[in-house]
Design a protein around this ligand. Sequence first.
Ligand code: ACO
Length: 331
Amino acid sequence: MAGMFRSRVAGIGSYLPEKVLTNVDLEKMVETNDQWIVERTGIERRHVAGPDEATSDLCLVAAKRALEDAKINVSEIDMIIVGTVTGDHQMPSTACFLQSKLGAKNIMAFDVNAACSGFVYGISIADQFIRSGMYKNVLVVGAEVLTRYMNYKDRETCILFGDGAGAWVISRAENSEKNLIESSHLHADGNLADLLILPGGGSKHPQSQEVIDKGMNYMTMKGREIFKNAVRAMAHSCQEALEHNKVSPDQVDWVIPHQANKRIIEAVADQFKFPMERVIVYVQETGNTSAASIPLAFDWAVQNGKIKRGQTILLTAFGAGLTSGSVLLRY
Ligand code: ACO
């Protein structure tokens, strides 16, 4: 019966490209140093996609791992959602390339452009399609190749970002299932769109020599403003999830915030008195991987025996847009 179904996380997977760019490597490229980067961001290294790897290739590895973890065949997937701002091409969607590479036939596939909130947006959309009764299994991927949009002369941005992918299979839960996606809350504030933007290459400033000469083909950012808004937005999303589910911070086993900067994560945890021991921090290994950051951190935490089935997990994200949101689930 429509509207009577609930969804659960059936399987997870992730992928980090092999090549690693350390802070010491960056010292040779731009005026910065390891100590500054670690103190201000918590980042120690980030992974960089190989020359032959596009975003859909990263998606493919993560997606296959998630399907294997869920123990379902690709033919059982009803829909593919890819959260990304660094797709293979301006068009068509990276989700369509992924669909082809997976051999998933004749199902809907589309990208979500919500920047670093892309994965949380994707999970929420998948949850709605399952709750409505329309679909049983949805593949949600967050993936980015951000290093292709970095200006390695701009020390304020190039130290922050890395590449990677994470994928979840979201499936219809059996009636007796207790491990469910409980809620999602999503937001955007387009008035702050200019704080983090890739200005060139779209319809406003199509690709041209002038766009390249002005460096408009690179991501630009007002770091301090982003910092303040990130803390505010993620704290708001956490509050909303806790109130909606009538859950107190001590009933949440793990918080997984978007991995942008360790100090942002600490500030959010501080507001809710979430002890840092129950907050997943993986930014040291990956840098900011935008839509991939939450599923990458989640997978790492599962692999390392931190997150276990049956635990209550709060995801919270913010990103360019500015977008933000949260998902509360029992894993
Ligand atoms: N190495 C060395 N020095 C640097 C570097 C660097 N890489 N970058 C900046 N500095 C210098 C600045 O020039 C400045 O020097 P000055 O005092 O002589 O002017 C000094 O360090 C301090 O700069 P601040 O901007 O005040 O440093 P802050 O503590 O704010 O940290 C940072 C900067 C890390 C960018 C921080 O503001 C931040 O993390 N903001 C959020 C960024 C972010 O997460 N963006 C993406 C979010 S959305 C998404 O994920 C898509």
